[in-house]
Design a protein around this ligand. Structure first.
Ligand code: DAH
Length: 363
């Protein structure tokens, strides 16, 4: 074999090992075996000294060129191996940002929809300058009925509608309040007007079917001021319903009605579209009764020591459970109080999702 042929086969052999090196350690071994002090190329270099000048003239430059090509091939392979290693690491360490965050056991508790909706009501009305007033669940007959101008003999005063506590020695019968309206009386008796309050809370009636439970929730609204009138009432209700149902506009229909504690009294319907499994507020051709309201009756003002010739006011009452069901699509009222953890984990709200007008009511 000529000198040049043997150099060619040496080069082919080394380049094949370079190509086959699968990591940096293997490549380094190939480099040492070829270009290291005792490597195959270095050994060849050492033979140059013993060659005659003619032979050295051809073999010398060929060998130098071979060494440079081998060194270049090794350097190139080294870069390729480093790139591949980086690629592999990036692929292995990819973060899937679309994976749902697994909740820690401490965060799996849920806020009940009634609590959430009550917080929504407080957020909406506090932005309109209302404060929150509360009263006891166990109420006197006087505050639940008499001061609210319920005539003697009104059916709500009967045993079959109301839960009464055992009669006291003095003949007084306490009861579970049948509405949040007694908190109106408590507020007017304890605060100087002007008054702007909402009174959310539990209420009780002797009733049980798909849309009635013996315990339920109402929110009462009360405004007392010198010039308060029906126009204000209408605006407050429109603003409230629009904000609560998170729709750009609502259309309300006021129908004459009767409550002992308001005159005139009205029931309010909101325009909606009734779909098989959903009611959409603010669109469509149907109407849905949503609340009762009116101008506070002069007798009620007088019963609270306010002069009806100076002060007037308006009030309204809404079922919190009912608007929660409408907004969040819960079909059966009884489920709200069934204490079923599966129901709550489906319909409940995350603990830190408190509603604010700025942050989005039901984000
Ligand atoms: N208290 C009424 C009820 O339980 C609701 C209500 C209607 C409250 C009209 C009001 C009102 O303040 O003005 O059915």
């Amino acid at each position: 074999m000529s000198d040049i042929d043997s150099l060619n086969s040496l080069e082919a052999e080394i380049l094949a090992s370079v190509g086959a090196a699968s990591d940096e350690a293997a490549l380094e071994a190939v480099r040492v075996a070829a270009l290291g002090k005792k490597g195959s190329v270095s050994e060849k270099m050492k033979t140059l000294g013993g060659m005659d000048p003619e032979q050295r003239k051809t073999v010398g430059p060929a060998l130098n060129a071979l060494r440079d090509r081998v060194a270049a091939a090794i350097a190139e392979k080294k870069t390729a191996l480093a790139d591949a290693a980086l690629e592999a690491r990036l692929a292995a360490e990819t973060l899937d940002v679309s994976l749902p965050v697994r909740e820690s056991p401490l965060e799996t508790g849920r806020i009940h929809p009634v609590s959430q909706v009550t917080d929504e009501l407080v957020a909406i009305f506090s932005a309109m300058g209302f404060s929150v007033a509360e009263g006891p669940d166990i109420e006197t007959d006087d505050l639940n009925f008499t001061k609210l101008n319920f005539p003697v003999g009104h059916p709500a005063r009967e045993m079959h509608d109301t839960f009464f506590l055992p009669e006291k020695e003095n003949g007084e019968r306490l009861l579970l309040r049948t509405h949040t309206s007694p908190v109106q009386i408590r507020t007017m008796q304890s605060q100087e007007p002007p008054i702007r309050v909402i009174c959310p809370g539990r209420t009780y009636r002797f009733d049980m079917d798909q849309t009635h439970t013996p315990m339920f929730h109402q929110v009462e609204g009360l405004v007392i001021d010198r010039g308060a009138h029906l126009g204000h009432l209408k605006w407050v209700l429109e603003e409230f319903l629009k904000t609560f149902f998170e729709v750009p506009s609502v259309e309300l229909r006021f129908r004459p009605s009767f409550f002992p504690f308001t005159e005139p009294s009205m029931e309010v319907d909101v325009r909606c579209r009734k779909l098989p499994n959903e009611i959409r507020i603010g669109e469509g051709d149907d109407w849905l009764e949503i609340l009762g309201c009116g101008m506070v009756h002069p007798n009620v003002l007088r019963n609270c020591g306010l002069d009806p010739d100076v002060w007037q006011g308006f009030a309204w009452g809404i079922g919190i459970d009912r608007i929660a069901m409408l907004k969040y699509g819960m079909p059966d009222l009884r489920d709200l109080f069934g204490a079923d953890a599966r129901w709550l984990s489906h319909y409940g709200f995350r603990a830190l999702d408190f509603p604010t007008l700025a942050g989005g009511l039901s984000s």
